[in-house]
Design a protein around this ligand. Sequence first.
Ligand SMILES: NC(=O)c1ccc[n+]([C@@H]2O[C@H](COP(=O)([O-])OP(=O)(O)OC[C@H]3O[C@@H](n4cnc5c(N)ncnc54)[C@H](OP(=O)(O)O)[C@@H]3O)[C@@H](O)[C@H]2O)c1
Length: 339
Amino acid sequence: MILVTGGTGLLGSHLLFDLVSSGKPVRAIKRKTSNTAAVKKVFSYYSGKADELFGKIEWVDADIMDFVAMDDALEGIDYVYHAGAVVSFYPRDHKAMLTVNIEGTANLVNLCIARKIKKFCYVSSVAVLGRAVNDGVSDETTYWQPSKKNSVYGQSKYGAEREIWRGIEEGLNAFIVNPSVILGPGFWDGGNSGLFSLVWKGLKYYTRGVNGYVDVRDVARAMIQLMESDISKERFIVSSENCSYQQVFEYMGKYLGKPAPSINVPNAMTGIAWRVETVLSFIMRRLPEVTKEMATTTTMVYTYSNEKIKKAIGFEFKPVEQSIKEISEIFLKDHSGGK
Ligand SMILES: NC(=O)c1ccc[n+]([C@@H]2O[C@H](COP(=O)([O-])OP(=O)(O)OC[C@H]3O[C@@H](n4cnc5c(N)ncnc54)[C@H](OP(=O)(O)O)[C@@H]3O)[C@@H](O)[C@H]2O)c1
């Protein structure tokens, strides 16, 4: 039996779809506040039997921080996919992010060692690679470097990845995937899926930054292929292409039938924007639309090599334009009654 954490999120819901579609027995954790309807919605994008497939998942209530509930969730489990994490650039989430992502992962590693789990997949991020290196291509041997430019999210994923390497030293049969920016449908109000909503609503501005991008279905497929291989004690960048934000927004505009953002925001302006936005959000008691970390990330040039996973398992990635085309088609169906 397989255990999935983070199954109610963008990546986890797609992973669950692939696992149950291929007939594998799956248990997934959720919390009382989790939105499992979003998972069923994701299933409906790819299958006419969404309800039936969703019904095959054994859901158990467990917070990653609840050691006892996680231990119970591991009863009878052979394989673990750990995709659950707090993913945020908001300062108010920093403490929870560090705790859940690092301590939660450490606890799960300890439980999996004690229970002699057969194989463990950890979803890390390219944010743990040497992000201080600007303009160079990062690969799996590009190591974390302390830098003021590292986000707290990056710090939390780096701390979590260290727990996996520690677990491997203590006998855990594990591997790590490091996805770049994951593009996928269904969670239109936030995260990267929210970029489609922004372009749909007429986003005018773009920054000069470059980043790696990957289709969510490719990430799920890579995780399953690596889990079913003999490979362990390795990490793999999972990234299709390096693209500028301008290019990505152009693709989104093209396939959503909206004008692409055309006004470049100079790097110095993003620094002003997040400061003004911080003050406004404080006065108006709302979440800032631009944070310091968002402003920094979107102006940097980060590029990644995907050669290792291509060579290791012959993996082929969907081109970013194709991903954006397919996700835009789903977006348009979901918003067919909208403006
Ligand atoms: N999105 C990206 O571009 C990207 C890129 C690289 C790596 N990653 C990594 O990929 C993984 C999945 O990301 P995602 O984009 O799918 O994130 P997401 O949509 O925000 O989903 C996060 C998941 O983690 C769960 N979670 C958070 N805190 C939890 C807790 N205390 N106990 C139990 N579950 C908890 C959430 O459950 P609830 O539904 O209950 O909140 C949700 O299922 C994460 O590890 C992330 O760091 C993401």
